[in-house]
Design a protein around this ligand. Structure first.
Ligand SMILES: [Zn+2]
Length: 175
């Protein structure tokens, strides 16, 4: 399996999808509303970064557990394990949410306070859906996003049986 680290991430602006796993239910607060319990499992969060440092700076922040909770997603990246992220230079976060429209959004308004069209920017990523299926959905015929591996996390006990062990033949990357 090819692994790219955050060092390969462009420092240009763009959109991204962070993949994370939470091991136990997390109590999530959105503004003044009562906290909502988010079940354990895998989740995808769509965002964008067009400020200084672009995608690399933002994803670096998401990959760090030690930070103050500023955005909705910080409640999950500080409580769970960030598995990695897809980076889409010049991408649009709401477009990525649309491309992942086959996934369920567990908390209305999460990361989408300013969005007229999105129910949520947080989506549940069921175990039965492979990472390659997410990559394909995000590509949507355009140039595919880069998968960036997160900090080393303990592997789940069943990792050895996952489909990541069937390695595709390595193919040269186009420059
Ligand atoms: Zn949106």
């Amino acid at each position: 399996m090819q692994r790219l680290s955050l060092d390969c991430c462009p420092d240009a602006g763009g959109a991204y999808v962070v993949a994370l796993r939470i091991a136990a239910p997390v109590s999530v607060r959105l503004g003044k509303a009562a906290p909502v319990a988010l079940a354990a499992g895998r989740y995808l969060y769509c965002g964008s970064a067009y400020g200084p440092g672009g995608l690399r700076a933002r994803l670096g922040r998401h990959f760090r557990r030690d930070k103050s909770v500023r955005w909705h997603i910080d409640q999950l990246t500080t409580a769970g394990d960030v598995l990695g992220a897809w980076a889409v230079a010049q991408g649009d976060e709401c477009e990525l949410v649309r491309r992942l429209g086959f996934l369920h959004s567990p908390i209305a308004g999460f990361g989408a306070s300013d969005c007229p069209d999105c129910r949520s920017h947080l989506l549940r990523w069921p175990q039965r859906i492979a990472r390659t299926a997410i990559t394909t959905a995000l590509a949507a015929g355009a140039a595919g996003p880069l998968w960036l591996s997160g900090p080393a996390n303990p592997s789940p006990p069943h990792a050895a049986a996952s489909r990541d062990t069937s390695r595709p033949r390595p193919s040269p990357e186009a420059g």
